[in-house]
Design a protein around this ligand. Structure first.
Ligand code: ADP
Length: 477
């Protein structure tokens, strides 16, 4: 691959560093070796923490406009290197190139958004309760931040952490997923070009458990921002307790996608395709359970299954492909076991569900009907191109089914009834609700969940709050 941004070293304190041991990074489409990254030792992780600590005062003291200018240069560089970044992303992650390009634009939009928000991190003057006192609230950066990110959005999940961190005046150490470190290192290379000072952004690779333990144990690290599984999120929550770190956790979902009798059928089908099959079903806001009301059920299943059968499956770098490979063999085996479990318990396979002949881990997108709450695919986050359809009769049944999960990230509903749109939105236990749309992500809107789906919000004007502390000043006049 001709990609000068494909860096095989870590970025610590403004220098590129190798190590004695390496980790292989392979293309999930064919297992071809793309390169290696260092398996860093503990001492290197501490060098990164030290570098971030040393860079903090100099970065925090710069004006917001100054930090914003650096971020805007990074934004520009991401867009001018869009093709290269997208091809690195598709090579290590597998998603179709068109989706990889969208992800780079989406990631860049967070950099731009928080560059703008940096300049609006206003404090407050509070009407004083005493005549001889004045009361002010300052907003200051939290300090050194650690970010641990997943493989499903190797660029955007990092962009939406480094952007608010750097905008707020924090410094950051990023540990990308082991499957997809090259997108993170490419961002670091562009950040260097953009003039991000040494130590302000560091990227480390290696053993996840060791790096997580060192970052969370360090009293220097004042905040952890994690996106990934609920299991690891809970573990990191525990590990952050002794040092009382600020935490942002964006964890797993189990989104209901509810289609009422009065829905626009074509819009519901298009919304379900978008919400289910983006990134081959490997997103935390993917529609996990499709709940369809009796009166529209059969028409929806027929139209949806037709649309699903028309989705081209293949390598992400082939033209026109809509569904790429799964990330690894574990994901492929899990998909097969979820389908087998549902069929055993009486569901019916309406479309897809077959491994593409000769492929390692590409599957024709699957639709199951007759799914019940007892089946694993209704209980667990699927993270694969499988759409389970459940039936319901009344609105109250849909609410009960939808909320019958410990997760609470996204939910979707399709109905033309305006009163029901509000009623449902209020009743659903989720951080984000798409009404008559399957697309709910943007830098301008708060992203995050309730219940076991996490803590905090990324993006929007609230996104900066997670990276800032309030400091109260009492002034005796
Ligand atoms: P997934 O199952 O989707 O890979 P994970 O939660 O395991 O989700 O991974 C998300 C991120 O968490 C990745 O960067 C991964 O390397 C990291 N991770 C995995 N295990 C640990 C751990 N014990 N401590 C810290 N980070 C971890």
């Amino acid at each position: 691959m001709d990609a000068p941004l494909l860096r095989q070293e870590c970025f610590i304190g403004g220098t590129w560093q190798s190590g004695p041991d390496q980790l292989d990074v392979c293309n999930p489409a064919d297992d071809a070796l793309l390169g290696t990254v260092p398996l860093l030792d503990k001492a290197s992780i501490h060098r990164a923490i030290d570098a971030a600590e040393q860079a903090l005062p100099g970065w925090a003291v710069r004006t917001a406009a100054d930090r914003a200018a650096v971020l805007m240069r990074l934004h520009g560089l991401m867009l001018s290197h869009l093709e290269e970044l997208a091809s690195i992303l598709t090579a290590e992650q597998g998603k179709p190139l068109a989706e990889a390009r969208d992800e780079i634009r989406y990631g860049a939009s967070y950099i731009e958004w928080f560059a703008e928000e940096a300049k609006r991190a206003y404090g407050e003057i509070i009407p004083s309760p005493a005549a001889d006192r004045r009361l002010f609230v300052l907003r200051q950066p939290v300090g050194v931040v650690a970010a641990i990110t997943p493989w499903n959005f190797p660029c955007a999940m990092i962009a939406r952490k480094i952007a608010p961190a750097l905008a707020a005046g924090c410094t950051i150490i990023v540990k990308p997923a082991e499957q997809t470190p090259f997108s993170a290192l490419a961002l670091a290379a562009l950040a260097e070009q953009a003039g991000v000072p040494p130590g302000v952004l560091n990227v480390v690779t290696g053993d996840a458990a060791m790096i997580g333990a060192e970052l969370t144990a360090s009293p220097v690290v004042r905040k952890l921002s994690f996106t990934g599984s609920t299991r690891i999120g809970a573990l990191l929550y525990e590990q952050c307790a002794p040092t009382i770190k600020k935490l942002s956790l964006e964890l797993g979902g189990n989104a209901p996608f509810i289609v009422f009798d009065d829905a626009d059928l074509d819009a519901a089908v298009a919304g379900a395709i978008a919400a289910k099959f983006r990134n081959a079903g490997q997103t935390c806001v993917c529609a996990n359970r499709i709940l369809v009301q009796d009166g529209i059920h059969d028409r929806f299943v027929a139209a949806f299954a037709d649309a699903v059968r028309a989705l081209p499956v293949g390598r992400g770098d082939c033209d026109g492909v809509r569904v790429g490979p799964l990330i690894d063999d574990r994901a492929a085996a899990r998909l097969e076991s979820l389908i087998a479990d549902a069929l055993e318990q009486g569901a019916e396979l309406v479309a897809g569900g077959e491994r593409l002949p000769g492929s390692l881990r590409m599957f024709t997108p699957a639709v199951l009907q007759g799914v019940t709450s007892k089946m694993l695919c209704a209980q667990d986050e699927i993270f694969a191109p499988l759409a389970p359809i459940m039936r319901f009769a009344r609105e109250a049944d849909a609410i009960a089914l939808a909320n019958d999960t410990p997760a609470g990230l996204a939910a979707y509903l399709f109905t033309r009834d305006a009163a029901r749109q509000w009623r449902m939105t209020e009743a659903l236990e989720a951080g984000m609700v798409g009404v008559n749309t399957g697309a709910i992500s943007s830098a301008v809107s708060p992203f995050g969940g309730v219940k076991l789906s996490g803590l905090g919000r990324e993006g929007s004007r609230h996104g900066l709050d997670d990276y800032m502390e309030l400091k109260t000043m009492w002034l005796a006049a």
